[in-house]
Design a protein around this ligand. Structure first.
Ligand code: CMP
Length: 129
């Protein structure tokens, strides 16, 4: 099934200058780039985007980190795109990610895990705007 999903290349990926390499991995997997913009996130956007994390102890630091530089927001399309992107990124914690995944290869820890990706089809629909 053809799906669309969102990836944010976070400030740590932006600062490390791996934006091109991250996008390359999705394109090599056969996914098509159908949207791309550079965005300066604000607290108002993050309150909505990360509403499900608002009560977590790491939320203030997460927001500070996410606003520290612009992020690159991309929309990817392809067959089974949500699961494919999930697999290419790896799990939230880079320490648990397999070699060859974006988060293993470029990430440091949970707050600095290079990318955000939609959790599921419902989240993807909400995040594409
Ligand atoms: P992301 O996929 O953007 O979704 C929410 C983000 O919160 C997550 O990636 C991590 O960067 C961050 N995060 C999740 N769990 C923790 C945690 N236990 N401590 C610090 N940051 C976290």
């Amino acid at each position: 099934m053809t799906e669309r999903t969102v990836v944010l290349i976070k400030p740590d990926g932006f600062t490390k200058k791996v934006v091109g390499q991250v996008i390359d991995r999705f394109e090599r997997a056969g996914l098509s780039l159908v949207g791309l913009k550079m965005v300066q996130l604000t607290q108002e956007i993050l309150d909505i985007w990360y509403a499900h994390h608002k009560d977590k102890p790491f939320f203030p630091d997460l927001c500070k980190q996410m606003m520290s530089t612009p992020v690159v927001a991309i929309v990817l399309e392809g067959d089974n795109a949500i699961q494919k992107v999930f697999d290419i990124c790896g799990p939230t914690d880079p320490a648990e990610a397999l070699p060859g995944t974006i988060r293993h290869d470029f990430g440091v820890d949970k707050p600095h895990n290079v990318v955000h990706r939609s959790d599921n089809a419902e989240a993807a629909a909400k995040e594409i705007c």
